[in-house]
Ligand binder design. Structure first.
Ligand code: AMP
Length: 417
């Protein structure tokens, strides 16, 4: 199927060509025809599958020629809201349609001017939108299409009351498009409440990662992870690297160590204010920094083309989290590499991921860093010895490694991102 087959308006087809999209992604092939028919859609798709265009193109097609705020896209985070609005502006570049975005952390009065100016598509985070609805700054009475993007994330972040409140301002007769990477019961119940006879579409089963990603596990003592990361960053092709840390504290510490080694890097986590987060993402997107260190909460909205490597400095504890993180590279048909640094204490987490995906991830043993975690079924690659030996080699007992006070503090700092 080609984009021509979808029957989108010529001005939208021009935008698709501008974007360089050649063929629709699977979620676009499935969702666009249904959305164009006016159906409600329940889409199981994660970021990186092309889901934004899957809902935005049919919305823009539908809205051509009318007036008033007729589409609302609710997003869990500011980062995602900014990216969705950016995509909407690009896709609507050859139309008269106007897109606005509102999110928390910015002065309310600035939004008001924009809201009063009139717009066709509003992208919003739930908290800020409720603020505006309660103050009478926004009017959703003419709404035709409501989109919930990353619904699972919104519920994780506790937005159900805000979503319910927003629904009271929205006409009952409307089209609703609902996207979520996972479908736990809380999400199904929300979907049941707000969708009308929906058609289900699924981008890819949750257990799979994009085809173009090659994935490796590097066994390494916990205390030597940073040294290994620095060595990996010396390799050619490590141009745009997203590093995941489980904690804010850990993320800050990795940042410091990278900067000390002269590597351009920035950090993104919940303690950074909006301006700092947007700036970090922009710098990463524009290639001004090579490495972006992020926590899981911050990573959801990261949509940057050309991420060459995802490095799991800490192995994620839930397998779906792994699939999400790895989904940041090799987006929409590109190629990329995902590297997980596995300490002896994380062997079980890696095994859980392997079980979830139904495949074994090859181990790469770097001399001086690796400990022995190779069973018969696991492919193991032994790398050439490093030119320089760095520090003392610690061969791991699998569980009894002694923790430094700093490490202990890091482990205890698991409260949030
Ligand atoms: P999303 O899942 O919406 O976050 O999209 C992920 C990335 O895929 C974005 O950078 C889009 O610009 C890109 N993309 C969306 N649709 C296509 C397509 N049909 N072909 C190539 N890239 C696409």
């Amino acid at each position: 199927m080609t984009f021509e087959d979808l029957g989108l308006a010529p001005e939208l087809m021009r935008a698709v060509v501008d974007q360089g999209y050649e063929t629709p992604t699977p979620i676009q092939r499935m969702a666009i025809p249904l959305a164009l028919e006016g159906k409600d859609v329940l889409g199981r798709a994660q970021t990186g599958t092309g889901k934004t265009a899957a809902f935005m193109l049919p919305i823009l097609h539908r809205l051509r020629g009318g007036e008033g705020t007729r589409a609302l896209i609710l997003c869990p985070t500011r980062e995602l809201a900014i990216q969705v609005a950016e995509a909407a502006r690009e896709y609507s570049a050859h139309t008269e349609l106007l897109v606005h975005v509102v999110y928390g952390g910015t002065p309310v009065h600035k939004d008001v001017r924009n809201l009063k100016a009139g717009y066709d598509v509003l992208v919003a985070t739930p908290g800020r939108l409720i603020d505006h609805l309660e103050r009478g700054n926004a009017d959703l009475s003419a709404l035709e299409v409501l989109v919930l993007d990353e619904a699972d994330r919104m519920l994780d972040m506790g937005f159900r009351p805000q979503i319910d409140a927003i629904l009271r301002h929205v006409p009952k007769k409307r089209q609703t498009l609902f996207f979520s990477a996972t479908l736990p019961n809380s999400v199904k119940s929300l979907a049941y409440d707000i969708l009308h006879e929906p058609e289900s579409v699924e981008a890819a089963p949750q257990t799979t990662t994009a085809e173009g990603v090659v994935q490796f596990v590097y066994p390494v003592e916990r205390a030597r992870k940073t040294d290994l990361l620095l060595q990996l960053l010396e390799r050619p092709g490590m141009d745009s690297v997203l590093v995941f840390s489980r904690t804010k504290f850990g993320a800050d510490r990795i940042l410091q160590q990278l900067q000390r080694a002269g590597i351009s890097a920035a950090v993104m986590h919940g303690d950074r204010d909006m301006k700092q987060r947007v700036r970090a993402l922009e710098d990463f997107r524009e290639g001004k920094i090579r490495v972006l260190v992020a926590t899981d909460v911050a990573q959801r909205g990261i949509d940057v083309e050309g991420i060459s490597h995802v490095v799991n400095y800490d192995v994620p504890q839930d397998p779906e989290g792994y699939v999400h993180r790895v989904g940041r590279t090799a987006r929409a048909g590109e190629t990329g590499e995902a590297i997980s640094l596995m300490s002896p204490g994380e062997i079980g987490d890696v095994r859980a991921i392997e079980m979830h995906m139904g495949t074994n991830l090859p181990r790469v043993e770097v001399p001086d860093f690796s400990f022995n975690d190779v069973d018969e079924e696991t492919v193991s690659i032994r790398e050439e010895p490093a030119a320089k030996r760095r520090g003392r080699r610690t061969i791991g007992s699998r569980s009894g490694a002694e923790l430094s006070p700093e490490e202990l503090k890091r482990i205890l700092d698991v409260g949030g991102a």
